[in-house]
Write a protein that binds this ligand. Sequence first.
Ligand code: COA
Ligand code: AMP
Ligand code: ZN
Length: 433
Amino acid sequence: MQYWQKEIETMPHKELVEFQLKRLKETLHSAMNSPFYKKVLSDSNISIEDIDSLDDLQKIPFTTKEDLRSNYPFNMAAIPLRQCTRLHSSSGTTGDPTVILHSAKDLDQWANQVARCMYMVGIRDEDIFQNTSGYGMFTGGLGFQYGAEKLGALTVPAAAGNSRRQLKFIKDFGTTCLHIIPSYATRLAEVMSDEGIDPRKDTKLHTICIGAEPHSEEQRKRIEELLGVKAYNCFGMSEMNGPGVAFECKEQNGLHIWEDYTIIEIIDPITLKPVPDGEVGELVLTTLNREAMPLLRYRTRDLTSIIPGDCPCGRTHRRLARFQGRSDDMIILKGVNLFPIQIETVLMQFKELGNNYLITIDTVKNSDEMLIEVELSDLFTDDYGVLQTLSKTITRQLKDELLLTPRLKLVAKGSLPVQEGKAVRVKDLRKFN
Ligand code: COA
Ligand code: AMP
Ligand code: ZN
């Protein structure tokens, strides 16, 4: 068995826990330098000396996405800004987005984490690694980029979109590995088939990393079959750097979560109490080696469980089961995260629109799509030209807000189902649901 960092990856669990406790104390000390955590810890009368074991972590309050938003942009920084070298921010122009700050050391640690994951699934310096993720603020871009560079692979930073160009790179450069979102992998396979390309004969692809959105075991098998590759599930989130938080090994039996980087808790999202191994709950994470912006007990809102037992690969870091969705209403479409409230906020700015709307998400011809149907207000006009212009303006604003292009249909007042009680605004018809 080959490991990127054998000693850490196979550390006996008891030692790993001691290692975590030491790092937790360091993390708490640095968190005290952020105005946010200084207040949280002093308001809850917690002194770092009170933390003697990992169980004591439960004395500390949770951190939520709302905390990140209300401390936008820099109130959670634990080091001076001049020592920070990058920030990543979530989408959204209607409310305050979230910001995650990184120091140069944080970025190096993150690259190491991603390199460790890639090495685990057999990617080596002789590989040619093409990244189809968006770059810029999407952490799947730069996150995989620096990880693959640290590993020493030849990187092709193709970024998202333009499937024919992606295929040209795959063929011309002899790409062997891809990072790709599962829904886009099926789209790329379709374009290959349209172009008469047989991935087994005409490309050198052998390994792909798929993540950023929920997908089923069946979908993974289908992708493996369509592209003639092994596909490994990778999990990450911008709040925890990005990709590399948890990753499947070659056994494909759950995602090892790197416990030298993070402390894991799984809680019942209603009672907020821990759930036993094997039971599904919300993942809560504490960073252990981030200096610019440590996060304590961050409620990820992702639903998963800890898989009991050891993995035959020899790694001692525990495994998470395939992710089952979220405990909030966040939607992931084309690898982009969005909340229905963002859509509502844009729509409600137009006096020409009424209050009733319906969002339908589905897979159409191997591409995920979002249709937004919205009723016109009493100011309704049936002038085609006016409606076309209005539709274009609204679509543009939605695209700026969401970072993807929805299909918009303006419909007559009274034509959508009447919403009674708690309005059902979103119908997600994709297969993993
Ligand atoms: N990754 C890469 N390319 C994607 C994609 C994805 N998740 N989803 C769609 N695309 C491709 C489409 O196939 C299309 O190319 P093609 O017509 O040559 O096949 C092109 O991107 C534009 O897609 P379209 O659906 O028309 O555009 P959009 O405006 O709705 O979405 C994207 C724009 C795809 C650029 C935007 O959704 C995006 O950046 N997605 C990637 C997000 C990401 O990387 N997340 C990673 C987090 S770790
Ligand atoms: P982002 O912050 O944009 O990287 O998005 C992070 C979110 O994407 C996570 O909180 C999950 O909801 C989702 N996600 C990432 N990876 C996976 C995965 N492998 N399976 C399911 N959902 C995922
Ligand atoms: Zn394993």
